[in-house]
Design a protein around this ligand. Structure first.
Ligand code: 5GP
Ligand code: ZN
Length: 166
């Protein structure tokens, strides 16, 4: 596998934000946001990466610190900070590519399963503020633990449901 730089840069135009009922226009990102973004630099080829898949809108590349070998990041080529900034079409495209990558991990690495994940927001562990989905190949026994769970206390599920029900 060799490093490949495309030298392409994305035109950052109007972004849209999905609200409960409609799309509303938000201001385009200024250049300083994308110029300082490490994933925008990977997309443009300024920083090299191992490219797993690429099309006009989406790039998938190997995570530099893989949880397991083959750990791939799937990103939109336009700079979007997080999932809330992504319109439905972008999310559909990202999901399609995640599925393709996951199948490749299964078929070509023999991974019986894979985790799909997004750390959305710094509180959730998002370190790079450019939307990205992790596709992590798993083995039946690979030492990774599922995230912890606990039981609801009495009335707690009803109370939280009341707050978040859509
Ligand atoms: P986050 O915590 O934001 O969900 O994950 C960011 C991921 O980006 C981390 O898993 C980290 O290893 C990966 N990463 C950070 N910088 C680079 C880089 O320069 N190149 C590549 N390929 N991956 C990176
Ligand atoms: Zn970016």
């Amino acid at each position: 596998m060799s490093l490949r730089a495309t030298g392409r840069s994305e035109a950052i135009s109007g972004l849209s934000r999905l609200t409960r009922d409609c799309f509303v226009a938000v201001a385009p990102r200024n250049d300083s946001t994308t110029m300082s973004c490490i994933f925008c630099k990977i997309i443009s080829g300024e920083i090299p990466s191992y490219r797993v898949y690429e099309d006009e809108t989406t790039l998938a590349f190997l995570d530099i610190n893989p949880t397991n070998p083959g750990h791939t990041l799937v990103v939109p080529k336009k700079h979007l900070a997080d999932i809330e900034e992504a319109d439905e079409e972008t999310l559909c495209q990202l999901t399609k590519i995640m599925k393709k990558v996951g199948l490749s991990l299964k078929n070509n690495l023999g991974a019986p399963g894979y985790n799909l994940g997004v750390n959305n927001g710094s509180a959730a562990g998002q370190l790079v503020p450019h939307l990205h989905f992790h596709v992590i190949p798993r083995a039946a026994v690979d030492g990774l633990k599922p995230w912890p769970g606990r039981q609801y206390s009495s009335g707690e599920a009803e109370a939280v449901l009341e707050k978040i029900k859509l």
